[in-house]
Ligand binder design. Structure first.
Ligand SMILES: [Zn+2]
Length: 377
């Protein structure tokens, strides 16, 4: 079973020799930039540099997918938002929102030819040519709710959920169509899998009811219309979104240690591939290789189908820690002993994980409907 077969089989919930190790959000580190001599932020603008840097994640570390682009500002830039392209170790971000009313939304008619869109499509196509039989190419779109937040700002969008819900629906309906078109253009260019990045749907920002009432329909429409399997990425404390995520038709759900694993297994196991959830900061960035190894075994013991960092691999994650994550998956496949002694280290080092595990019983007692919290932190 080669790397691509392993990844795609795991994504389709088919048998694998061992779980693959992937970085489906962003997998580039400063170490990889130094080895290739290519660096952010220049690399965001050039198809050859994106191609080489994305490939280096597989070539230099052995992570078993190739993911591009790096960051989530390609779409918002085409709409005209000013972008801060970041530094050698930080990702681009939009400087400010550009709209204050839904009627201002104007989908650029030449979207596919604007900004970095052609650059991204060209890089996908180069990677496809080079790796089509060897490694899975994952490319990404910004989900409609995250893009709406970038275009309108949290201060407009979140109050509208309560004061002007029709505004939100109107915006998401239009952005959903663009998401489908852009994602399918990536598939035509050679992407095997599309990641839908929806950090703004995190349970730290919106309630499960808001997710269900406003957003899940768009996600379902996108997953249905895509010509390739999709991975829905929503990080943070999003456990109570999970029953709704189960309805979307996504091939996989990518999550971090803020999720209650029991809920993920109950609602998703065997239906949607579980992708995660090695903690990025406390483990991959700050931990020792041994902690990374133990935490990775814990993720595998909790039945992830694809072992991956919970969100973007930190730019300063040490090479040894990436190697330890990969080693854990290899050993897991080879040793029945490992599969019977599951470590329990993640909650010890990640307060968020501890809360997520403790959360179920408390939340089960609460009414699940009509709660519309809109925390903005
Ligand atoms: Zn994330």
């Amino acid at each position: 079973m080669n790397t691509k077969e392993r990844f795609l089989s795991a994504l389709k919930l088919e048998p694998v020799d061992r779980p693959p190790v992937a970085a489906v959000v962003t997998g580039v580190t400063v170490g990889m930039m130094e080895e290739t001599g290519l660096h952010w932020p220049d690399a965001h603008h050039d198809a050859d540099q994106i191609t080489a840097l994305a490939a280096s994640v597989w070539e230099l570390s052995g992570i078993e997918c190739i993911k591009l682009p790096f960051g989530m500002t390609v779409e918002v830039e085409v709409f005209g938002a000013p972008i801060d392209f970041g530094t050698r170790d930080t990702l681009p971000s939009e400087v400010d929102h550009i709209y204050n009313h839904p009627d201002e939304l104007k989908i650029p008619h030449n979207f596919m030819d604007s900004g970095r869109v052609p650059t991204v499509l060209e890089a996908i196509s180069k990677l496809h040519k080079q790796y089509k039989d060897e490694v899975t190419i994952v490319s990404s779109i910004v989900g409609p709710f995250a893009l709406a937040a970038k275009l309108y700002g949290f201060d407009n969008l979140f109050p509208w959920i309560i004061t002007n819900p029709d505004y939100v629906r109107q915006i998401l309906d239009e952005l959903k169509i663009l998401a489908i078109e852009y994602a399918n253009a990536q598939v035509e260019a050679g992407a095997d899998v599309i990641l839908i990045g929806e950090a703004t749907c995190s349970g730290d920002l919106i309630s499960p009811d808001t997710y269900a009432d406003f957003i899940v329909g768009s996600h379902t429409d996108i997953c249905t219309a895509l010509q390739a399997p999709s991975i829905l990425h929503i990080c943070g404390n999003s456990s109570y979104h999970i029953p709704h995520i189960a309805q979307t038709g996504a091939a996989a759900y990518s999550f971090d240690e803020g999720i209650n694993l029991e809920m993920a297994r109950v609602h998703l196991k065997g239906k949607i591939a579980l992708v995660g959830y090695v903690p990025t900061v406390e483990v991959l960035l700050q931990g020792t290789p041994d902690l990374v190894y133990q935490a990775s075994l814990e993720c595998l013991g909790n039945q992830v189908d694809i072992l991956a960092p919970g969100c973007s691999l930190p730019a300063h994650a040490p090479k040894e820690n990436i190697a330890a994550m990969i080693q854990a998956a290899v050993d897991w496949g080879a040793s029945a002993d490992l599969r019977t002694n599951i470590p329990d280290v993640i909650a010890e080092v990640c307060p968020v994980a501890k809360n997520a595990l403790a959360d179920t019983d408390v939340r089960k007692k609460r009414p699940s409907r009509r709660r519309k919290s809109i925390r903005r932190d």
